[in-house]
Design a protein around this ligand. Structure first.
Ligand code: PLP
Length: 391
């Protein structure tokens, strides 16, 4: 079918999904009790080289827990990237904190140079705490997002966090399976280099539980507190005693059933995504002012999303290209609008965002589902080139 619909990114259920979900249903353990949640935690932790993990209802819930266990207090500032999905930033607000936005570098991830300049030039250390000279607020944490599965510059960001006593929170929601192959963090996975990291298993992520997330931490106490907070902060199973305000953020057994089956296929999914990425590079990179953004050397990315950058030589605007592709039944999307320009955060401080503004205006994400057929991918490429030739 020449004009069948090609989605941007949809789940791929080719393994034991049905079997495990059926097991959960038959057992009648469908909610937050049930053995599969613990099983999924163990397997995911092992996959990213950590001793333990805490499963939660979504990546957003996990990030909220991460802010709380990292000690973000009402009125604290948290350094965050502006070029990201807003769900990376909202948890700062849930914890009562205030985001300070920083631009990106050419990896699309938080610009470590700019973050360092912000700490050096706009802040000062008072009584051991980093304080923003303009707002007078304490800067408590630094959050980094591993955008589209690309690893942010963790060695530098860890050193920066250490130097200024900042908690380092990794939003690894898009980077399940990405790890360093070289350098000081060789073999360390996204999410495991800082103080606390969070993965997401939403429907469009590389593996999915429908909705779901997972938190890991290099501090056993933080991990235990995250689990405690995720289960209504209950201290006594029988008598319903609670020692603080908690949340209903625990993953369900049904979600974990899906997750276990998906995790078994993760390496196969990454291999297929790499094939798709390589084919996009071969067909589009360097053609008509187009480039396919690279992943960082010295890493094994999960190749979750493909980013096409429209250069000055490409004759259509970003939005015109997306419209033309939609007309051919091909779903693509622009990269996110910058978070500091969104209504809820319009008054917040933003620093060194020029490069992020440029990328935000010129990047299109291309179809990259694990199940995307080679001929459909070829149709995507020929359409992108064809509409430009015809222009
Ligand atoms: C998907 C995503 C989240 C949120 O995860 P959910 O599981 O959808 O709540 C947060 N940050 C980024 C960068 C994401 O891509």
């Amino acid at each position: 079918m020449p004009n069948s619909f090609i989605p941007l990114s949809v789940p791929h259920f080719a393994g034991n999904e049905k079997e495990y979900v059926e097991k959960a249903v038959v057992s009648e353990w469908v909610s937050t009790g049930g053995s599969l949640v613990g099983g999924f935690e163990e397997k995911l932790a092992a996959a990213v080289g950590m001793p333990a993990a805490v499963a939660c209802a979504s990546g957003t819930a996990g990030l909220h827990l991460a802010m709380l266990v990292a000690g973000v207090q009402p009125g604290d500032e948290v350094i965050v990237p502006s070029l990201t999905f807003i769900a990376a930033v909202n948890p700062v607000h849930y914890a009562g904190g205030v985001p300070v936005f920083i631009g990106c570098d050419d990896t699309l991830c938080l610009d470590a140079d700019a973050a360092e300049r912000f700490c050096e030039e706009c802040c000062e250390v008072r009584g051991g705490a980093l304080v923003n000279k303009t707002s007078g607020r304490r800067v408590r944490a630094l959050e980094v997002v591993h955008v589209f599965g690309n690893l942010a510059g963790m060695p530098r960001l860890c050193a920066l966090a250490q130097k200024y006593g900042l908690a380092l929170i990794e939003d690894a929601t898009e980077a399940v399976g990405s790890y360093y192959t070289e350098g000081p963090f060789a073999h360390r996975h996204a999410g495991t280099c800082g103080d606390v990291g969070v993965y997401s298993f939403n429907g469009n992520k590389i593996i999915t539980t429908g909705s779901g997330g997972m938190l890991v931490s290099n501090h056993a106490g933080w991990l235990a507190r995250a689990k405690h907070l995720s289960t209504q902060a209950k201290t006594d199973e029988v008598r319903y005693l609670h020692d603080e305000v908690g949340y209903n953020y625990r993953m369900t057994n049904l979600q974990a059933a899906l997750g276990l089956a998906q995790l078994e296929q993760l390496e196969g999914f990454i291999a297929r995504k790499k094939q798709l990425y390589d084919a996009y590079v071969r067909r589009l990179h360097g053609q008509m002012g187009l480039s396919v953004l690279p992943f960082c050397p010295g890493t094994r990315p999960n190749h979750w999303f493909v980013s096409l950058l429209l250069g000055p030589g490409y004759p259509l605007s970003r939005d015109a290209l997306i419209d033309r592709l939609r007309g051919e039944n091909i779903q693509t999307r622009p990269i996110w609008g910058l978070v500091h320009q969104q209504k809820p955060y319009a008054g917040c401080e933003a620093y060194a965002t020029a490069k992020a503004e440029d990328y935000a205006a010129r990047v299109v994400n291309l179809p990259c589902s694990v199940g995307l057929a080679n001929e459909d991918q070829a149709r995507v490429c020929e359409t992108i080139l064809g509409v430009a030739h015809a222009h």
